[in-house]
Design a protein around this ligand. Structure first.
Ligand code: PGA
Length: 249
C-alpha cells in the first residue's frame, strides 16, 4: 500500500509562514517525486492559499476538521463541501484536540466523517488512548471502542484513513514504541477487516504522535503502519521532507 504522510499544522503560522512552507514543499516535490502521497492540512483560512500554491505540484491539501452538516447556521464551523470546493482531498476528524478540547464524541466524529464522504473527501478518523487508559491496560479496548463508534456506515477502503494517535505521544516527544504501535495497528486492521470485509484491508492506518525526522524511518516500517500524521515536525519543511522520504518505496 502506498504510504500517506500528512502534515497537521494545527493553529500555527501566518500567511507569510505558510507561503514559505508551500514554496519549499513545491520545490522539493519538483526536484524528486515523493515515494508516498503527501498531504498538508493548514489552518482553515489558509486552505485557499494552499490550493493556489500547491495546484499541479502533485501534493495534496486538506482540512483539520469539518461540520457534520453540509451547510447552515453554524458560526465558525467549516463545511465539508466547501473544503471539497477548495480542492481538498482529505479532512481530519476526531483529532484528540477536538475530542478533548471541544467535547466531540464518537457519534459526532462519525457524523463528521459521513459529511466528508458525502462531499467526496477522504476522512482521516483519529483515535487513541490517554496515558491513564494505557497505564490501566485499557489501550486496546479504548481504541477498539473508538473505532466502532467513529466509523460511519459510508466508510470504505478508499474514503477512510484511520490515524492512531496515543494522546500521551502528541506533542510530547514521547513516541510510542514500535511494539506498542504494532500491537494497536494489528488490532485496528483486524477490527477493520471484520467490520468492512475486503474494504478493511485497504484502509490506510497512520501512526501519529511525535513523529520526527529521526524516528520516521523505523515507525514507517512497523507492520500495518501505512503512513504518519505529523504535527510539530510538519512545520519545519526540512524535517517534514525527511519524513516524506523515509516512507517505504
Ligand atoms: P505531533 O502531533 O507530531 O506534534 O506529536 C501529531 C498530531 O497531533 O497529529
Amino acid at each position: 500500500m502506498r504510504a500517506l504522510i500528512a502534515g497537521n499544522w494545527k493553529m500555527n503560522g501566518l500567511r507569510a509562514d505558510a507561503a514559505e512552507r508551500f514554496a519549499a514543499f513545491r520545490e522539493r516535490a519538483a526536484a524528486a517525486t515523493p515515494p508516498c502521497d503527501v498531504l498538508i492540512c493548514p489552518p482553515a483560512p489558509l486552505i485557499a492559499d494552499a490550493a493556489a500554491a500547491l495546484a499541479g505540484s502533485g501534493l495534496l491539501w486538506g482540512g483539520q476538521d469539518c461540520h457534520a452538516e453540509d451547510k447552515g447556521a453554524f458560526t465558525g464551523d467549516v463545511a465539508a463541501p466547501l473544503l471539497a470546493d477548495l480542492g481538498c482531498s482529505h479532512v481530519i476528524v476526531g483529532h484528540s484536540e477536538r475530542r478533548g478540547g471541544h467535547g466531540e464524541s464518537d457519534t459526532v466524529i462519525s457524523a463528521k466523517a459521513a459529511a466528508a464522504h458525502r462531499a467526496g473527501l477522504v476522512a482521516i478518523v483519529c483515535l487513541g488512548e490517554s496515558a491513564e487508559e494505557r497505564a490501566q491496560g485499557r489501550a486496546a479496548a479504548v481504541v477498539a471502542s473508538q473505532l466502532a463508534g467513529s466509523l460511519p456506515p459510508s466508510a470504505d477502503g478508499a474514503n477512510t484513513v484511520v490515524a492512531y494517535e496515543p494522546i500521551w505521544a502528541i506533542g510530547t516527544g514521547n513516541t510510542a514504541t514500535p511494539a506498542d504501535v504494532a500491537e494497536i495497528h494489528g488490532l485496528l486492521r483486524d477490527e477493520l477487516e471484520s467490520r468492512l470485509g475486503e474494504a478493511g484491508t485497504a484502509v490506510r492506518l497512520l501512526y501519529g504522535g511525535s513523529v520526527n525526522a529521526a524516528n520516521a524511518h523505523e515507525l514507517l516500517r512497523v507492520p500495518h503502519v501505512n503512513g504518519a500524521l505529523v504535527g510539530g515536525a510538519s512545520l519545519k519543511p526540512g524535517d517534514f521532507w525527511t519524513i516524506v522520504e523515509a516512507a517505504p518505496h
